[in-house]
Design a protein around this ligand. Structure first.
Ligand code: CA
Length: 285
């Protein structure tokens, strides 16, 4: 009994993740390999309007989507899982082309009850182009961060990995290009819980306000969009930029040690039973 209790305690300590990892979960994953299905298992599939399958950064056909910068969009809907609270991570691979639209959308969600966005990652079409992240919180209103005009920069006609994290607990908004955190030109701080409206859709390639209005369309290709609740650390974003899919948080993947201990817990009663059986067999003999 004492062994079992000690083992169970040891197992619990071994598999309980750190608080930071426990707060990070993959909400939606869009590989965009010929469709807009959600690969996270949460069933948050997108609907493609106008966008056309194109090659990804490896040159593989039908493995990303091209957006025309006019009215192409992937709409995903307004599931409560997209109420990302006070910390989140957005990421994608993008290959922007020149466009006349000033603010363009990689992924975002309208906040509904204000003129601002619940969350929004996009590109400003300046020279050079800027990456920007913006959200609106109930407590503090609109908060924006914009990349500085120093390397790494958004490049036209090149695939680049981009990410945006927001964390109320540290009051930080951070942008990344190719896994490197950027020095903000302005913004970078914020506080509060995201403002959301139950009927406002998350969308890729443009903002989709209400049920019909397409705004801020992106021109170029988008691939591998990931949406997480919780803010990734810089090292986690770097890992994500080096990966070929949306990473699952480590907290959801039992470590080898966890499996070993789980096996031990499962095998202990079996071993005890065999020992008991052997002892009773000896008595019988
Ligand atoms: Ca893809």
């Amino acid at each position: 009994m004492r062994v079992a209790v000690l083992t169970a305690t040891f197992l619990a300590v071994a598999v309980v993740p750190s608080s930071a990892l426990a707060q990070l979960s993959l909400v939606a994953s869009y590989p965009l390999d010929g469709d807009a299905l959600d690969a996270s298992g949460n069933g948050l599939d997108g609907a493609v309007t106008g966008a056309t399958p194109t090659t990804d950064r490896f040159g593989t056909p039908s493995s990303a989507y091209a957006f025309d910068g006019v009215d192409d969009v992937i709409t995903i809907g307004a599931d409560p899982l997209f109420d990302l609270g006070s910390a989140y991570t957005l990421s994608a691979w993008i290959r922007p082309v020149s466009t006349s639209v000033f603010f363009t959308t990689i992924v975002g969600r309208w906040s509904g009850s204000s003129v601002w966005e619940s969350f929004w990652l996009g590109v400003y079409n300046l020279t050079p182009p800027f990456l920007f992240g913006e959200n609106t919180t109930v407590e503090a209103g609109n908060q924006t961060i914009q990349s500085a005009p120093t390397p790494p920069l958004i490049q036209l006609d090149q695939w680049q990995h981009v990410a945006f994290t927001y964390d109320d607990s540290t009051d930080q908004l951070i942008l990344y290009i190719d896994g490197t955190p950027l020095t903000p030109q302005f913004g970078g701080s914020g506080t509060g819980t995201l403002q959301v409206a139950a009927n406002e859709s998350v969308s890729i390639g443009a903002l989709f306000r209400g049920t019909t209005t397409i705004e801020h369309p992106f021109a170029g290709s988008i691939d591998q969009v990931c949406i997480y609740q919780g803010a990734m650390s810089a090292s986690q974003v770097a890992d994500l930029a080096a990966a070929n899919s949306c990473l699952l948080p480590a907290a959801r993947v039992p470590a080898l040690g966890g499996w070993w201990l789980l096996s031990l817990v499962l095998l202990l009663p079996l071993a005890a039973g065999l020992r008991s059986l052997r002892q009773s067999g000896a008595r019988l003999g």
